[in-house]
Structure formats: C-alpha cells, structure tokens
Design a protein around this ligand. Sequence first.
Ligand code: HEC
Ligand code: HEC
Ligand code: HEC
Length: 160
Amino acid sequence: MQKVVILLLCIVMAIFFGSVLVVSGEQDAEDMCVPMGSIVLGAPDGVEQKRAPVDFPHSRHFGFECQTCHHKWDNTSQIQGCMTSGCHDVTEAATKTKQGTPLRADEIRYFKKAYHESCIGCHKVMKLKNRKIEMSGKKLDGPLPNPGPSSCIGCHPKEE
Ligand code: HEC
Ligand code: HEC
Ligand code: HEC
C-alpha cells in the first residue's frame, strides 16, 4: 500500500485499542502507532451527543489507501485526528448551500458533515456498485462484498 511499510511489530496495548501497529514511512525513521481494531468516534467537547458514539472498525478499512480518509497525510509525519484544530473542528452546522452545488469549505469543517460525507458517502458508493453488479445479471462466485452501513442505526447502534 503506497509508500507505507507496515512493520511486523504489533504491540499489545490494552489501554485503548486492544492493539497497535507500528508503521514507518520509507525515508523516515520515526515510527507511528496505528490503532488496530476499532476506534470509538464521539462528538467533540462542547457538543451534546444525541446519537450513540460510533464503533469504527479502523483496520477493516485498510483495503483502502490511508489517504482516502487521512487526506492531508504526507506519508511520513504522524497522522492527525479528524477534529484537529483547523481541520474538521467546527461544532455547529454552517448554513446550507442549495442542493446540487458543491460543498463549501466552511460546511465541511463541521465535524458531523465531514464524517457523514466521508463515511456514508463511501458506503453508499459501495452499495451502488453492488446494485450494478446485481442488475448486470452476471453470475456471482460468492456473496457481494459488504458495502458498510448507510442507515443511522448501522453506525449509531442505539439512541442515547
Ligand atoms: C475509512 C477511513 C480510514 C482509512 C482508510 C484509514 N483511517 Fe486511520 N483513522 C480514521 C479515523 C476516522 C480515525 C480517528 C481519527 C480521530 O479520532 O479524529 C483514524 C485514526 C488513525 C490514527 C490515529 C490518529 C490520532 O488521532 O492520533 C492513525 C495513526 C491512523 N488512523 C493511521 C492510518 C493508516 C496508517 C492507514 C492506512 C493503512 C489508515 N489510518 C487508514 C479513518 C481511516
Ligand atoms: C472509502 C470507503 C469507506 C469509507 C470512507 C468508510 N468506510 Fe466503513 N466500510 C467500507 C467497507 C467496504 C466496509 C466493509 C468492510 C468489511 O466488511 O470488511 C466498511 C465497513 C464498515 C463498518 C462495519 C459494518 C459491519 O458490517 O460490521 C462500519 C461500522 C463502518 N464501516 C463505519 C465507517 C465509519 C464510521 C466511517 C467514517 C469514519 C467509514 N466507515 C468510512 C468502506 C468505507
Ligand atoms: C457510516 C456511519 C454513519 C452513519 C450511517 C450515520 N452516521 Fe451520524 N455520525 C457518524 C460519525 C462517525 C459521527 C461523528 C462521531 C459522533 O459524533 O458520534 C456522526 C455524528 C452524528 C451526529 C452528531 C453527534 C451527535 O451524536 O449528536 C448526529 C446527530 C448524527 N451523526 C446523526 C445521524 C443520523 C440521524 C443518521 C442517519 C440519517 C446518521 N447519523 C448516520 C457516522 C455515521
């Protein structure tokens, strides 16, 4: 997967994620801890969580390039969280643009908008791909790939 060398080191770190992987860039000596398993995604400080936090299976997404989500990553430095200051750190929705117009930069800085666009956006694309395969009438070797959840309850398991 791109220039990242995933080292064999898997340190058991029971504190938070269960385990972590150490990844290093090709020219970089510095190691980075990559959370394996699931990451619990919740609303940032100051926002009342209306839906249950999301249990995000990070490593099940490693079939995609890291930059699909970590789109500002330069392949070498430590990856920053999504709600890092200056990124998707806005806690209130911006006024909406008209349907069909591209997202504005200030809209996508709202953490919820960013997560929903990325997470639900991709899962919907995957679902659509599956539907196209189904419609094509081609004979399948096995079940269609899991597209990931796009219903509220699929990510926010229970009301809080
Ligand atoms: C489908 C989206 C997605 C993909 C693909 C993905 N990640 Fe992540 N990753 C996330 C999310 C979401 C978080 C949680 C960020 C947060 O808490 O703000 C995260 C967190 C991390 C963190 C911890 C960052 C921190 O806040 O300290 C590291 C390191 C990381 N990912 C590395 C990787 C690497 C390396 C790859 C490629 C092998 C990868 N990720 C692929 C979505 C993804
Ligand atoms: C680029 C595409 C893509 C992005 C972005 C993405 N996902 Fe996924 N997601 C998938 C695919 C494909 C699967 C199925 C993986 C599998 O079953 O191995 C999946 C699986 C999941 C599952 C497990 C569902 C199950 O059946 O157990 C959850 C939960 C999930 N994603 C949440 C998220 C969240 C939250 C984000 C945003 C932080 C996100 N995903 C971003 C493609 C994506
Ligand atoms: C693919 C996963 C996914 C799906 C599907 C999804 N969300 Fe989210 N949602 C997230 C993530 C990730 C966050 C950011 C972390 C958090 O705040 O829980 C979020 C945040 C939120 C928030 C802001 C935080 C809070 O709890 O108040 C609300 C409200 C919300 N989602 C409602 C919904 C509703 C309603 C639906 C269905 C229409 C939905 N979500 C579908 C992943 C998803």
